[in-house]
Write a protein that binds this ligand. Structure first.
Ligand code: ZN
Length: 233
C-alpha cells in the first residue's frame, strides 16, 4: 500500500505532526506560553494525580511495559476535533494540545489512550488487520476510562443508568473505529456487536467498571497492595 493511502486508512491524517521529521526548536521563553507547554503540564498532573492513570501506569509497569513520559507521550496539534490517539508504530500516545483545554479532559484522554497502550502491552493486538481487536480495545477504553460517566442527564433519564452506560460505550467505540478506518458504519456496528459482551466484561486492570474517581482510587490501592503482596512471596 502506498504511504498516503496507508496514512488515510489508518487515521494518520488526523495527526499531521506525525512523521514530519525533526521539529523546529522553540526558544525556552517562547515555549512557556505555547499550548504545548500547557499540554505537558496537564499531562504531568494527570500522571501524578489521576487514580485511573496511576493504576494503568502501575499495571503496565508490573507487566513489563514501563511508561516513560518523555518517550511515550507527545503533545501535538491535531486535525478536526480528535483529542488523542495511540500511535502503534512508535508506541506513543498523542495528546492533541489544540483540542484539550481542561485538566478533566486531559485526565480522560490520558486514561483512554493508556487503556489502548495496556492492551497493546498485555495482548498481541493486531491493530491493522484485525478489526475485532481494534473494536475490543475501543469498547474497553470507552467502558473503563470514564468517557461515559459524565454524559447527559437526559439520556440517563431515558434509559436508566446501566443501559445508558452501555449505549454510550457502543456509540463511542463505533465513532472511534470510524474515525481511523475507512469502513462502512454497518460493518463497524456489526463488529462492535460481535465482541461487545466479552470485551465490556473485561475490566482489567480495574477489576470492575470505575464509575468515578473514588472507584478508581479504590482499584488503584487494591492493585498496589496486591502488587506488594506478590513481590513479597
Ligand atoms: Zn480509542
Amino acid at each position: 500500500m502506498d504511504q498516503s493511502k496507508q496514512e488515510k486508512e489508518y487515521g494518520y491524517e488526523l495527526f499531521p505532526e506525525r512523521n514530519t521529521g525533526p521539529k523546529n526548536e522553540k526558544s525556552f521563553v517562547k515555549s512557556l506560553f505555547t499550548s504545548q507547554f500547557k499540554c505537558e503540564i496537564m499531562l504531568k498532573l494527570a500522571m501524578q494525580t489521576s487514580p485511573y492513570a496511576k493504576l494503568l501506569l502501575s499495571a503496565m509497569n508490573s507487566s513489563g511495559c514501563k511508561v516513560i513520559r518523555d518517550r511515550h507521550f507527545a503533545c501535538e496539534d491535531c486535525d478536526g476535533s480528535v483529542s488523542g490517539g495511540f500511535d502503534v508504530a512508535s508506541s506513543q500516545i498523542v495528546l492533541c494540545q489544540n483540542n484539550i483545554h481542561q485538566q478533566s479532559h486531559m485526565n480522560r484522554v490520558v486514561t483512554h489512550e493508556l487503556i489502548h497502550a495496556f492492551d497493546h502491552c498485555r495482548a498481541h493486538v493486531d491493530w491493522f488487520n484485525n478489526l475485532r481487536h481494534l473494536a475490543c480495545s475501543e469498547i474497553r477504553a470507552a467502558n473503563l476510562s470514564g468517557d461515559c460517566s459524565f454524559s447527559s442527564e437526559v439520556s440517563r433519564f431515558n434509559f436508566g443508568m446501566k443501559q445508558h452506560h452501555q449505549e454510550c460505550v457502543r456509540g463511542r467505540a463505533l465513532r472511534s473505529i470510524l474515525a481511523v478506518r475507512k469502513i462502512s458504519a454497518e460493518k463497524a456496528q456489526k463488529i462492535v456487536d460481535e465482541v461487545f459482551d466479552s470485551c465490556s466484561n473485561d475490566h482489567a486492570p480495574f477489576g470492575r467498571i470505575p464509575h468515578g474517581s473514588k472507584d478508581a482510587e479504590f482499584a488503584y490501592r487494591d492493585h498496589e497492595s496486591r502488587d506488594r503482596y506478590n513481590t513479597n512471596l
